[in-house]
Design a protein around this ligand. Structure first.
Ligand code: RP5
Length: 171
């Protein structure tokens, strides 16, 4: 099946974060592809990838970069596909620079910014977008959310020895 999510990382040094996204996309059985392209070092590649993505069947692009992270915005300038930008922690400002670059887009060129290093939320937002037209994915997302809720609830058993709120507090 052709890729529905395109992950673009700005550098090989971002690969671990790219792999995190890939792992969750696999868990949700969402076909994806990953590439490396830099808004500053390979701007022509960024433009051509963004321009061709829609005709290649990509439905959402997750763009991750650190420092003065122009990548998500540069991609969004060339396509109407929703772009989710992930600011990565890098350099002296630890991702705050990337966060502002990704979030503070000029009006007319939207990028859905997640928090610094917010890979998981980027993937889950991509999944929510794709699930609007994919009922089977919506079911898989529902199961994922139910598992996450169950994990929190069962974590309460670790409060043994503390004055834990009783079960009926949540009824
Ligand atoms: C950004 O600059 C990349 O996304 C990376 O997070 C950061 C550092 O890149 P390298 O100098 O390691 O290639 O463009």
């Amino acid at each position: 099946m052709s890729a529905k999510v395109g992950i673009v990382i700005g550098s090989k040094s971002d690969l671990e974060r790219g792999k995190e996204a890939a792992k969750l996309l696999e868990e949700l059985a969402i076909p994806y592809e990953i590439t490396i392209a830099s808004a500053h070092r390979t701007p022509d590649d960024v433009a051509s990838y963004a321009k061709r993505a829609a005709e290649r069947g990509i439905g959402v692009i997750i763009a991750m970069a650190g420092l003065a992270a122009a990548l998500p915005g540069a991609i969004a300038a060339y396509t109407l596909i929703p772009v989710i930008g992930v600011p990565l922690e890098a350099g002296a400002l630890k991702g705050v620079d990337a966060l502002l670059s990704v979030a503070q887009m000029p009006p007319g060129v939207p990028v859905a910014a997640v928090g610094i290093g917010g890979v998981k939320n980027a993937v889950l937002m991509a999944a929510r977008i794709l699930s609007l037209s994919d009922g089977a994915l919506r079911e898989r997302l529902n199961s994922y959310v139910a598992r996450a809720s169950g994990d929190v609830q069962s974590a309460r058993s670790s409060l043994e020895g503390l004055p834990a709120a009783p079960d009926e507090a949540f009824d």
